[in-house]
Write a protein that binds this ligand. Structure first.
Ligand SMILES: [Mg+2]
Length: 247
C-alpha cells in the first residue's frame, strides 16, 4: 500500500481548462469598459499576450501571471489606464475562476476514503502558493488534504524534481511509497517517475484534458474515474471501513 498520494490540481482535480478563457474574457471586458476600449479588439490583444507570457516564461510560475497579460495588452492598445486597474483585473480573473471551476466527479468521496485509511494527501501544483490555496479552498477541498506544494516554493515548475522531493521530505516518505496522479504526461508522470515515484494518468471519458503526450513516457497506472483510485493505492473497499483515520 502507498503511504502518500501526490496530486496535480488543474485538470486533475478541477476542470480548469474549461474556465481559463471565460475568466480572461470576463476581466478583459471589465478593463475595456473601465477604459472605454473596443471590447472585442481588446480581448483579442489580451489573448495574444496571454499566449506570449506563457511562452516567454517557461518553467517558472510567472507563466501564470495574469497581471502581466493585462499590462502588456493595455500598453499595446495605448490605454490611459490607472495602475490600480491591474491588480483589480487580476483579482476579478481569479475570483471568476474560483467561482466557476468545477471539481471532477468522485473526488471528495475518493479522497475521504484514502485519507481515512491513513494515506497522506498532498497537492503538487505549478504556480504561486496563494493562488493554489485559494482554488483549493474555494472548492471545499482543504479539509481533504494534508499539504499543498506550489512551484513558487521551489522556483522551477514540474517536471523539475524539486517540488516532488519537497513533498516527499515534508511527508517523510520514500519515493517508492508515494503515488503521483495528474493529467500531463511530461510534467506529472515523467516528473514523478524521474525521482522514483510511481505515477497514474487521469483520463476521464468526459471533460478530460490529457496533455504532454510522448510515446517514451508510460504511466504506471491509468484511471478514468476517482472511484478506481483507492484500489490503485492498494486499498480495498473493506479496508477503508475498518481502518481508523490517521491522527
Ligand atoms: Mg494539470
Amino acid at each position: 500500500m502507498f503511504k502518500a498520494l501526490l496530486m496535480d490540481l488543474d485538470d486533475t482535480l478541477i476542470k480548469s481548462s474549461q474556465v481559463y478563457d471565460r475568466a480572461l474574457e470576463f476581466s478583459a471586458y471589465f478593463l475595456a469598459e473601465k477604459n472605454k476600449l473596443p471590447k472585442d479588439e481588446f480581448f483579442a490583444i489580451v489573448r495574444k499576450k496571454d499566449t506570449l507570457i506563457r511562452k516567454n516564461f517557461p518553467t517558472v510560475h510567472t507563466r501564470h501571471s495574469r497581471i502581466l497579460v493585462f499590462r502588456h495588452a493595455l500598453d499595446e492598445i495605448k490605454a490611459n489606464y490607472s495602475l490600480s486597474d491591474l491588480p483589480a483585473a487580476e483579482d476579478l480573473y481569479w475570483t471568476f475562476f474560483d467561482q466557476n471551476v468545477e471539481v471532477y466527479p468522485g473526488v471528495y468521496e475518493a479522497l475521504d476514503k484514502i485519507r481515512m485509511a491513513g494515506i497522506q494527501i498532498g497537492i503538487i501544483s505549478d504556480g504561486d502558493l496563494r493562488g493554489r490555496i485559494r482554488k483549493v479552498e474555494a472548492k471545499g477541498l482543504l479539509p481533504y488534504i494534508d499539504e499543498l506544494f506550489a512551484s513558487e516554493e521551489t522556483i522551477f515548475e514540474k517536471p523539475f524534481s524539486a517540488i516532488f522531493t519537497l513533498a516527499l521530505s515534508k511527508f517523510e516518505v520514500k519515493a517508492h511509497d508515494a503515488l503521483m496522479i495528474g493529467n500531463n504526461y511530461k510534467n506529472d508522470i515523467q516528473g514523478a517517475q524521474l525521482v522514483g515515484i510511481k505515477a497514474a494518468i487521469y483520463n476521464p471519458p468526459a471533460d478530460g484534458h490529457v496533455e504532454g503526450h510522448d510515446e517514451a513516457i508510460i504511466a504506471d497506472y491509468e484511471f478514468t474515474h476517482y472511484n478506481e483510485l483507492p484500489e490503485i493505492l492498494g486499498l480495498y473497499p473493506e479496508a477503508s471501513k475498518t481502518t481508523k483515520k490517521k491522527a
